[in-house]
Write a protein that binds this ligand. Structure first.
Ligand code: CA
Length: 273
């Protein structure tokens, strides 16, 4: 079943969508909303895509959180498809080809990390924003070479989620640089969003690609972690420099001996041949 939501819809009017608080603050009001009474397990609630921004797929087993995510992303103009089960989520990502996935870590039947791994192993690099409930989940998301593009820790502001989705898609849709960037054996083509080493393609996530592109845009220039967070992720005070460090490690691992990224102790990173 699909369920179209539009501004002014009677169902929406009872939900405090103007709330700027966290998901947990919105949990109570949403529990009593008429939306949830329609929201039986296994049912898909699809938001109306009003501005053709593309489909965002949410995999989240807590109905109240999924509803808030769906409402805010729908309001922002995205089509939204919700799955509450891990295996069903993976199947839908493969069949519906969303522009981005908002992926809970703890899920029935298959957790978010296993879903991400399955996608990446099959060559699917759809941007993924992980939603984590605990610090140890953050560690799992960041500590493995999973190809997570970003993550949010519960509770989070629904507006923050929308900002993160917009950030990832804006980077992907940005004006392509006309010229490929070259450094040693590495060629990075911003238009086709491809990286090759000695003419062999290397698969990167959206975030890894943007990080390498930023560093290769000015070889020899030292970028601070704050500068990289701001220009690549679009936010500043997020997990300190750890997010940057982890993604740099992943880029280095993928480039192997061709890695041009050097750590500048106490400052940040630079790329040089
Ligand atoms: Ca969960």
């Amino acid at each position: 079943m699909s369920f179209a939501l539009a501004a002014g819809d009677d169902d929406i009017a009872t939900i405090p969508i103007a709330c700027s608080g966290s998901v947990s603050e919105m949990f109570g009001p949403c529990k009593g909303s008429p939306i949830l009474t329609i929201c039986e397990p296994g049912m898909h609630l699809n938001g109306a895509m009003t501005e053709g921004r593309g489909l965002v797929l949410i995999v989240e087993d807590e109905p109240a959180i999924a509803d808030v995510q769906r409402l805010y992303l729908s309001e922002a103009g995205y089509g939204v498809h919700v799955e509450r089960d891990g295996a069903a989520g993976l199947a839908s990502i493969r069949s519906l080809r969303p522009v981005a996935v908002v992926l809970d870590v703890g899920l029935p039947s298959m957790d978010g990390i296993a879903i991400c791994r399955a996608l990446r192993e099959s060559g699917d690099w759809t941007p993924i924003i992980f939603v984590t409930a605990r610090d140890d989940e953050v560690d799992r998301v960041l500590g493995l070479e999973l190809g997570a593009d970003d993550y949010l820790t519960k509770p989070f502001s629904p507006r923050e989620l929308v900002a993160r989705v917009r950030g990832i898609l804006r980077r992907q849709d940005g004006p392509p640089s006309p010229r490929p960037l070259m450094l040693g054996p590495i060629v990075l083509d911003p238009g086709r969003r491809r990286v090759s080493v000695d003419s062999a393609d290397v698969a990167f996530t959206s975030t890894e690609f943007d990080l390498l592109a930023k560093l290769m845009s000015a070889p020899g220039q030292v970028f601070s972690r704050e500068q990289l967070l701001s220009s690549v992720w679009g936010h500043v005070d997020y997990g300190g420099g750890r997010t940057v460090d982890v993604h740099v490690a992943q880029v280095r691992a993928k480039l192997g001996e061709a890695n041009p990224i050097r750590t500048v102790r106490g400052v940040g990173y630079t790329a040089e041949s």
